[in-house]
Ligand binder design. Sequence first.
Ligand code: NAD
Length: 360
Amino acid sequence: MAKNVLVLPGDGIGPEIVTEARKVLELVNERHGLGLEINEALVGGAAIDATGVPLPDETLAAAKAADAILLGAVGGPKWDTNPDFAIRPEKGLLGIRSQLELFGNLRPAILYPQLAHASTLKPEVVSGLDILIVRELTGGIYFGQPRGVREKEGGIREGFNTYVYDENEIRRIGRVAFEAARARDKRLCSVDKANVLEVTVLWREIMEDLAKEYPDVELSHMYVDNAAMQLVRAPKQFDVVVTGNMFGDILSDAAAMLTGSIGMLPSASLDENGKGMYEPCHGSAPDIAGQGKANPLATILSVAMMLRYSLNAGEAADQIEAAVSKVLDQDLRTPDIMSEGMKAVTTAEMGDAVVAALNA
Ligand code: NAD
């Protein structure tokens, strides 16, 4: 049966970068005979303007029916001031993540050697960096109940949240991480705070348990404070890192910035069956929208992740990643990764260059 990809351009630079990613997807679809059916729908601010809500029923239904989803980005000043949070663009994104139970967030931090100067760290510390952070996305303290702000004795207000994971939630994100490590350098570091938090004592226990099923993967553990330090001290020591929602939120942003260029970083959010939503790590960049300045490579690399993780087309994914490396070798740069002596290109020119590299 034909597989079905839903494309959600979204807002700001979303439509521009998705146009380029789509060129690449359509090319590999044809070349590899993938038989993908590609459809488009509205989400975020664009959906609010057209229908009044950020996640129209048709979009949610199409997302549920799709084998994989490619998202540009959502949000922008036009919608950010709406006092009704239900009518904010981000609700569209969160709605898809929760409705589709996309609990496994994969964020690679790869530093192409050609861009080593873009990092704030020394080139020798980051050059060739290739790590994958696996973050649990639908549980933990961001979702735990009870939560709120209450008044205690004496009229003092206190805020409270609940950090909770059950063993099934830990096991399913653990499996995603072990499988990912198995397909890479076979090293998995589980990050927790087991010296202080009981929930992560259980986390560690389940990871140890799972390790018995993956004897080919070397499992290690690290406290989150040390992990933050090690990520900036010697990031290349890591292969795959697995952690909960909050620690992953923070560590994956730190890891992303090791590469120095937000316009290069793809991500995947997966469900239990490998269905996923793929998107660049950055937002809708309203400051450069419509100017041909956006870097489409993070979205193009998200297409590669989609082919590898949801569409069983690893060879096509490898070719896209090689093509991206090739355009960097050709010194082509959008403004965000520009440096002296390089050739400035627009969003569309960068997309066309990747297509040309694939065709070469
Ligand atoms: P942002 O990631 O959109 O932009 C931060 C900076 O990075 C800006 O200077 C922008 O020009 C630059 N940038 C981002 N992507 C780029 C690209 N591909 N090429 C070149 N430069 C790029 O973050 P922000 O400014 O904090 O947020 C803008 C809007 O995006 C907000 O409405 C926010 O809510 C939304 N947002 C959406 C997502 C998402 O859709 N997943 C994620 C983060 C932020």
